[in-house]
Design a protein around this ligand. Structure first.
Ligand SMILES: C[S@@+](CC[C@H](N)C(=O)[O-])C[C@H]1O[C@@H](n2cnc3c(N)ncnc32)[C@H](O)[C@@H]1O
Length: 228
């Protein structure tokens, strides 16, 4: 069973696909997605007229629901992940989905985006990456560095401890090692603290699944050396 097959049904039942669609509908211009995995967000970007993605009926629906603004057309999409296997799957997915947009996919570490200049992307996306990075704050700092200080957006969906339901956080703490072994992610991380330590400016934050999933719309702090 592939990684995608394993998590497809879970994501459907938990409404995660809707969260992805809603978040990614806000991405526009030159977009960088870090830790892009198998490219599970590829189908939710709006690549404009002939590019594929959600420019058909789903795009119309996203517009109707007010999820999308005029700027949310992706002119260039760069996906990067440190796993060669994930990158290969994402590349295959671009072909299978028939996406004709300007999409580049490479292998790279999210904590070192030095191949990208400061202020170079209009939108920087990460979904379910902060639980997996060795140094999640460093990745958020890099995401902020490459995101345009003037009008750039940072869009996140992350999971971690609820910081509210003690019983639930205890379950996450107790099952952490097993979960790391199975999925390579620490599901009990404190996402609010990681985000705050990185200095990211948060415009909106919503919590789902008893507070364990956070959807964050943010912007880079104004100087790369403002935190840490
Ligand atoms: C839980 S998966 C999420 C994948 C994808 N973003 C999604 O929403 O389905 C975590 C991903 O982070 C990647 N990853 C872990 N550490 C990384 C790092 N330092 N730099 C880039 N990618 C990393 C893994 O290879 C994996 O694809």
């Amino acid at each position: 069973m592939t990684y995608d097959t394993k998590i497809n049904m879970d994501e459907f039942v938990m409404g995660v696909k809707l969260l992805r669609w809603h978040l990614v509908s806000k991405a526009g211009g030159e977009v960088l997605e870090v830790a892009s995995g198998t490219g599970r967000n590829l189908g939710y970007y709006n690549y404009g007229g002939g590019g594929g993605g959600v420019s058909g009926p789903m795009g119309w629906l996203a517009g109707l629901l007010g999820w999308r603004s005029k700027e949310s057309v992706v002119t260039k999409l760069v996906l990067t992940d440190k796993s060669e296997e994930m990158v290969k799957t994402a590349k295959d997915k671009v072909s299978t989905m028939g996406l004709r947009a300007n999409i580049q996919i490479d292998v790279g570490d999210g904590s070192d985006l030095s191949r990208f200049a400061d202020n170079s992307f209009d939108t920087v996306v990460d979904t379910f990456g902060l639980c997996s990075f060795d140094d999640p704050v460093k990745v958020l700092l890099e995401m902020q560095r490459v995101c345009k200080k003037d009008g750039g957006k940072i869009l996140l969906i992350e999971h971690g401890r609820s910081n509210y339901w003690e019983w639930l956080d205890n379950v996450l703490d107790e099952g952490k090692d097993q979960h790391v072994e199975k999925w390579g992610c620490e599901w009990n991380r404190d996402i609010d603290k990681i985000v705050s330590d990185s200095g990211l400016l948060v415009d909106s934050r919503s919590k789902w699944h008893f507070g364990t999933t956070s959807v964050i719309h943010g912007r880079p702090k104004q100087r790369a050396d403002e935190a840490r």
